[in-house]
Design a protein around this ligand. Structure first.
Ligand code: NCD
Length: 315
């Protein structure tokens, strides 16, 4: 496999290879000297057309720990604000010899366009495209789940994961549903009907409108951010009403089984989809998700850029 565009492209073996490789690479992050020479001389470009804190920093840290040269491009302050097209930006990156392009874009499908246009020869990694997919987020979530629910081993067969909130605008939800299904988990999506996408009944998961029922026997509850910036209409009566019905507060958390973990991809709207004391509680693995993201992105770049004998895609 040359690119990572969607979790739908990953077989169970591909996903497990990435998670196992990430677990090995995680040990490097615990050392005082956090670097491997694997990608020395290779250039990774972070091409971010949308705002990002953790994903961009995480890709940058991951590439640097593998000794790659990293170029950070953000659309704000670049020629994109002068109207330059994705094609011309891509040709520029090609001319500069980028080996991998990590792209985040507001348009769903932009990474596919970049990968299959013939404009560049680089490996393309999707770091979030519109409301479509965010495969490395799903991989870091799977890594975190496997660590907590399966002692870091094997797949997630039989694990019960409930994903709650603004599924409609969430690329994290789609990537997670596809990957978790591939890994054998049972996923339930819980949201108000207005925040579920058309066709969700075709997704490989259950759908619920009732939060208390949907989390009652979950092994993990993943809260999604209410993406106000993507909302052009009123999707729920008020923030108060939303958090009363779909927010995770301390009272609701106390009804969860004792082993259940709480996740959130960040950035959080504290007080809306998740109460501050829940986000900071012992059950919350939200900060750990961020550290796991670096190891998972190291694994993805290592495998795609040929640092390993056997890459993703079984070759
Ligand atoms: C998510 C994203 O950008 O899709 N954040 C992230 O990458 N950690 C989720 C979000 O913005 O709510």
């Amino acid at each position: 496999m040359q690119h990572l565009l969607s979790t739908a492209d990953l077989t169970r073996d591909d996903a497990l290879l990435i998670l196992d490789t990430a677990a090995e690479l995680a040990q490097i992050s615990d050392r005082p000297m956090k670097k491997l020479p694997t990608l020395r001389g290779r250039t990774v470009v972070n091409l971010f057309y949308e705002d990002s804190t953790r994903t961009r920093i995480s890709f940058e840290a991951a590439a640097k720990r593998l000794s790659a040269d990293v170029i950070n491009f953000s659309a704000k302050g670049s020629s994109v604000s002068k109207g330059e097209s994705l094609k011309d930006t891509a040709l520029t990156l090609q001319a500069m010899g980028a080996d991998a392009v990590v792209i985040r874009h507001a348009a769903s499908g932009a990474p596919h366009r970049l990968a299959h246009s013939g404009w560049i020869e680089s490996t393309v990694i999707n770091a979030g495209d519109g409301t479509h997919e965010h495969p490395t987020q799903a991989l870091l979530d799977a890594y975190t789940l496997r660590k907590h629910l399966r002692d870091g081993d094997g797949d997630l067969a039989g694990a019960r994961i409930t994903i709650v909130g603004d599924v409609l605008h969430s690329r994290v939800a789609r990537s997670n549903v596809l990957l978790l299904n591939t890994l054998g988990a049972h996923v339930t999506l819980c949201a108000p009907p207005t925040l579920l996408p058309v066709g969700v009944e075709e997704w490989p998961c259950a759908v619920s409108y009732a939060l208390d029922q949907a989390i009652a026997d979950a092994d993990a509850v993943m809260m999604l951010r209410v993406q106000l910036e993507r909302m052009n209409a009123s999707f729920f009566p008020s923030a108060h009403e939303y958090s009363r019905r779909y927010g995770l507060d301390a009272q609701r958390m106390s009804t969860l089984p004792t082993h259940t973990i709480v996740m959130h991809p960040g950035p959080m709207n504290r007080g809306m989809e998740i109460a501050a004391d829940v986000a900071d509680s012992k059950r919350s693995v939200i900060v750990e998700q961020v550290s796991n993201g670096v190891s998972v992105r190291m694994a993805v770049m290592y495998l795609l850029l040929g640092g390993a004998e056997s890459g993703i895609g079984g070759n």
